[in-house]
Design a protein around this ligand. Structure first.
Ligand code: PBG
Ligand code: ZN
Length: 324
């Protein structure tokens, strides 16, 4: 008779047969940089996550480097928004300035800086593309995303991560990067990005909630799994190097399907709402935060992700070290 408990008897035995692990080098930590001076402001719906002005960014980066985290995902919050999101592709905008600062400091310059590319933090209407007559324009938005990508690459970004969900943007960005001489700058595409309620707290953090309507005409319908494979296939064809699936917890079937169908590193984005739910329940004493977070991390790996973007990254790094 088979007795599966035989291999669970001791921790050493369990660790020998353990199938999945999460390592600190697989973590990507989101960082919010805000225009202005002397700002370190906690996001009310995301306890432990702050917006930093450039002059105080070192406080956060020190924690990242000390935790031996290798990569950050940069989001910018500008002081000025307009109809066309010009802050997103301004050579002296908040993100290029932040990247130049990071790359100028010996202590931080080896961090793999992933620059999120989108317009929603920079547009007065809060949508991820240009607007005409209440419609979100696709092809007219592409040159702006491409221009932002080139500005971030010029500033020193290591990876470009378009999150807008316009069709054909990976191809447009790849072409623009190549023409500007950045043939070695990889694209991490938010390919399977669903129109999700789980982004709510992020929109507080990035001041990017749409002023009217929703994002359902460009982000994916949560009911569609097969369609996500088409998105991934298209992005790979257009030149994506890495594929993001997002959110992660409620969509681990999507991660698994991508892993089964495509030979590309997958990044699970453990999004803001997923973070906030865990933090709120933990603060109430209803769940064991460390246990739950580590279980979620392993679930992403088990589903087939290679890397994880998570607001828990500093804690995960600390817990991994404790348990070494
Ligand atoms: C911007 C962007 C969003 C997220 C990443 N990039 C928000 C959105 O699409 O509304 C969500 C991240 C999170 O919830 O943690 N396009
Ligand atoms: Zn956006």
């Amino acid at each position: 008779m088979d007795r599966t408990r035989r291999l669970r008897r001791t921790e050493n035995l369990r660790s020998m047969v353990r199938e999945n692990h999460i390592r600190v080098d697989e973590l990507i930590y989101p960082v919010f940089v805000i225009a202005g001076k002397d700002i370190c402001k906690e996001v009310s719906s995301m306890p432990g996550i702050n917006q930093y002005s450039l002059d105080r960014l070192h406080e956060e980066l020190d924690r990242v480097v000390d935790a031996k985290i290798k990569s950050i995902l940069l989001f910018g919050i500008p002081d000025h928004k307009d109809e066309v999101g010009s802050g997103a592709y301004d050579a002296h905008g908040i993100v290029p300035e932040a990247i130049r600062y990071i790359k100028s400091q010996d202590k931080y310059k080896d961090l793999v800086v992933v620059a999120d590319v989108c317009l929603c933090e920079y547009t007065s209407h809060g949508h991820c593309g240009l607007i005409k007559g209440g419609e979100i324009l696709n092809d007219e938005t592409l040159p702006l995303l491409a221009k932002a990508s080139v500005e971030y690459a010029k500033a020193g970004a290591d990876i470009i991560a378009p999150s807008d969900m316009m069709d054909k943007r990976v191809g447009a960005i790849r072409k623009a990067l190549d023409e500007a001489g950045y043939i070695n700058t990889p694209i991490m595409s938010y390919s399977a990005k669903f129109a999700s309620g789980y982004y709510g707290p992020f929109r507080d953090a990035a001041h990017s909630a749409p002023g009217f309507g929703d994002r359902k005409t460009y982000q994916m319908d949560p009911a569609n799994g097969r369609e996500a494979m088409r998105e991934v296939e298209e992005d790979l064809k257009e030149g994506a190097d890495l594929i993001i699936a997002k959110p992660a917890m409620a969509y681990s079937d999507i991660i698994r399907d991508i892993a089964n169908n495509f030979n590309v590193p997958i990044v699970a984005y453990n999004v803001s709402g997923e973070y906030s739910m865990v933090k709120a329940a933990a603060a109430e004493g209803w769940i064991d935060e460390k246990k739950i977070v580590m279980e979620n991390m392993i679930s992403f790996k088990r589903a087939g992700a290679k890397m994880v973007i998570t607001y828990h990254a500093l804690d995960v790094a600390k817990w991994l070290k404790e348990d070494e």
